[in-house]
Design a protein around this ligand. Structure first.
Ligand code: FES
Length: 93
């Protein structure tokens, strides 16, 4: 199978939302972060190079809102929007 390197980085942000008090979900923060990151990539003309995708549950709910960056499988947990500029800069590195 031929390997295609379509994107320099591919970011999956969990936006899964649950209507449950007993189980955490990333949805609110994840959706805000994804929106912010997509806007910032578009502003810089990088949206064809760095892809920001929403994701369903990534199976790490108890660790707080999360995202993962491929190809290096860099996981980040317990994020909030106060960290958005720092997250953006890390993705742009
Ligand atoms: S809801 Fe985000 S990892 Fe499960």
């Amino acid at each position: 199978m031929k390997k295609n390197n379509l994107y320099r980085k591919h970011v999956f942000v969990c936006t899964n939302e649950r209507n449950s008090e007993s189980q955490q979900s990333c949805g609110k923060i994840g959706s805000e972060l994804r929106f912010f990151l997509k806007q910032e990539m578009a502003k810089r003309g990088l949206n064809k190079e760095i892809r920001i995708n929403k994701s369903g549950c990534l199976g790490q709910c108890s660790k707080g809102p999360c995202y993962v960056i491929y190809p290096n499988q860099e996981w980040h947990f317990n994020i909030d929007m106060d960290q958005s500029e720092k997250i953006l800069n890390e993705i742009l590195e």
